[in-house]
Design a protein around this ligand. Structure first.
Ligand code: 5RP
Length: 226
């Protein structure tokens, strides 16, 4: 199975975790899009009364275009389960997210969800996080100063670009700086250090957040938190 087939397969399997009347968090990215499409089909076939909360404008638009009810996170009492993709996952179910620049809303939704499920293909699995660059979301004002701090922290930062001249902006109007984790041995400490930098809004280290990883291989594999 190629990567896309695995993503689609994982999305189908994740449907078994969803029930009528749930409030479901929708992730962002190509894998999350497969899940949103599969979910909308199930909702229409079964005539489910389901509410969703989206982690990006892109996912909200897709879900609405497929007839799903999308509500603002502040208008729901609780989120039963969030289904998202990931950029890299280790055996402890810790991961890096934000390859699609949606890490801030993804983390807000994930931390308010009773359960978090990540759908991945086998290429996302890694014995140790750091093959994927870690996205850090920063406010525009003083972004260059934050960049310098990240240089001093030996994180080899680079601004995420939309094209050769323009920086990439997130749904919240922030910028993304991607950093290299390959020399970092203590990721929980790094996560705390990054959060303490004024100007940093959020980072893409999702530690202790995911409850289940569905790997869309054939046969399907799942990892659950020990
Ligand atoms: C977006 C994300 C995505 O979940 C991550 O980038 C995986 O994307 P894809 O499913 O397209 O491989 O974190 O911010």
């Amino acid at each position: 199975m190629n990567q896309n087939e695995q993503k689609q397969h994982a999305a189908q399997v994740a449907l078994a975790r969803i029930q009528d009347h749930m409030t479901v968090g929708l992730g962002t990215g190509s894998t999350a899009a497969y899940f949103i499409k599969a979910l909308s089909k199930r909702v229409h076939e079964e005539d489910w009364q389901l509410t969703t909360v989206a982690t990006s404008k892109e996912s909200a638009e897709l879900a609405r275009s497929l007839g799903l009810r999308v509500q603002d996170i502040d208008d729901v009492a609780a989120i039963d389960v969030t289904v998202d993709g990931a950029d890299e996952v280790d055996p402890n179910l810790d991961g890096i997210k934000g390859g699609g620049a949606a890490l801030l809303f993804e983390k807000v939704v994930a931390l308010r969800s009773k359960k978090n499920i990540w759908l991945v293909d086998e290429s996302k699995l890694s014995p140790r996080l750091g093959s994927f660059l870690l996205p850090i979301e920063v406010i525009e004002f003083g972004a260059q100063q934050v960049y310098r701090t990240l240089v001093h922290m030996n994180l080899h930062p680079r601004f995420r670009m939309k094209n050769e001249e323009e920086r990439r902006y997130t749904d919240s109007g922030h910028q993304i700086i991607d950093v290299d984790l390959s020399q970092q041995n203590d990721l929980p400490a790094l996560a705390r250090q990054l959060k303490a930098i004024t100007g940093v809004v959020e980072h893409g280290l999702f530690l202790g957040i995911c409850d289940e990883v569905i790997i869309g291989s054939q046969p399907i594999k799942t990892l659950t938190r020990p």
